[in-house]
Design a binder for this molecule. Sequence first.
Ligand SMILES: Cc1cc2nc3c(=O)[nH]c(=O)nc-3n(C[C@H](O)[C@H](O)[C@H](O)COP(=O)(O)OP(=O)(O)OC[C@H]3O[C@@H](n4cnc5c(N)ncnc54)[C@H](O)[C@@H]3O)c2cc1C
Ligand code: SF4
Length: 440
Amino acid sequence: MADEAGLRISPFADYKPLMDRGAALVEANRCLNCYDAPCTRACPTSIDVPSFIKKIAHDNLRGSARVILEANILGASCARVCPTEELCEGACVLHDLHEEPIQIGRLQRYATDPVVLGQKPLFQSAPPNGRRVACIGAGPASLGCAAELAQLGYEVVAFEKASEPGGLNTYGIADYKMDYATALAEIAWVKELGVNVQCNTEVGKDIPLASLFEDFDAVFMGVGLDGVSAIGIPGEDLEGSQDALDFIAELKTRPKEEVSLKGLSVAVIGGGNTAIDAVTQASRLGAERVYLVYRRTRERMGAYAHEQELARRDGGIFVLEAAPAEILGEYGRVIGLKCQKTRSDAQGGLEPVPGSDFVLEVDRVFRATGQAKHRAFFEQLEGLEVDDRGRVIADEDGRTSVERLWTGGDCVSGGQEVVNAVAEGKRAAQSIHQTLEGAR
Ligand SMILES: Cc1cc2nc3c(=O)[nH]c(=O)nc-3n(C[C@H](O)[C@H](O)[C@H](O)COP(=O)(O)OP(=O)(O)OC[C@H]3O[C@@H](n4cnc5c(N)ncnc54)[C@H](O)[C@@H]3O)c2cc1C
Ligand code: SF4
């Protein structure tokens, strides 16, 4: 079924919809309240899951939200976007009893939405302690750090180059998991804790990096990753060929009718979660045919199995063991993607199969072949250690090789989940606090 814009009815409907009270009470009462709960151990922010669920069962929603948000300030986002199948719900002991795991993500949303989206105050900040910390970027890592420090009495300023805060949580997460407005509403609530966000301010361009070390007691770097680099095949500059992240950001920030793909054919290049998100969303925007072109086998795809299944159910056509060779164009616009079959050689490397060229007739090509690192930015930080893959090297508290510089999130991990970034930002905040307190 399609509406006038050619979009399927409710194509971006909630993936994990809000539970009503009855459903939440039934679900909460299924929890076995395990001691040393595996779900808590599987959560990167160590939320005391049995405790927040028990409070829901006792109709104490505010108490439940407190347990969640004390551990994870972006608990409302994480309720929607965490790959719970791989994290808390994946560890639920009910699996051993051949029962469905507790729907932890949906219960978390039930508890946090009224506080966070209702803009209700929950925490009291400590009185100002006279210390200042700058965050570079205002994505989940910086927000995790900034919120923790603000509650300890620090003056925190997060400098963000985009026009809105939130990083990929605002601009990159699939719209059917969390929309743009929800991400921004959560950040409005976080700002009430005393976090100051200055958008449209690129550090290293609009303000010099050195000034942060002069004006602040410590600096947290949460710059994430850069855009998807060009693949290096002819035709990438044609109209209709795009970075998958730009496509996703457009569909999240513009009216859906303006970005409709009704009747078009699309090829997405890549095998990770970004590629899967691009396939799913292109299909929900009305594309007639959506190919996922990946050079290896399905088993080698980086995307989670449950997300692959979602893309397949959305009609994604997987073109495996095929590498893009050229984007074909006419009058400056994409008309096809020429591919070549591949096979693994004896060493596990890939080799093209001679004479196996074929063309997919498509109107759009989205590349989702992995995000680049902010190498040029890191070079501005004298003495900053980076590994051979361009990831910043930090200890487990986020301390870098540069004095008074901490870090966390995707720029360290190379790309994980929102919940990991929040956890690392919070850990760095605690380390900053201990260090600055020790220096008093
Ligand atoms: C397409 C896609 C889908 C995803 N889906 C999920 C999902 O469903 N669930 C999930 O948990 N995770 C998902 N992730 C991963 C998740 O979004 C990231 O792990 C998380 O956002 C990382 O947070 P971060 O703060 O490290 O970086 P980012 O979110 O990238 O934030 C970094 C911020 O720093 C800013 N910045 C960079 N350089 C500068 C500078 N010089 N000056 C000022 N600001 C700067 C950027 O503009 C950005 O706002 C997805 C990622 C992608 C790409
Ligand atoms: S933050 Fe994510 S991983 Fe942790 S308990 Fe909540 S939904 Fe599960």
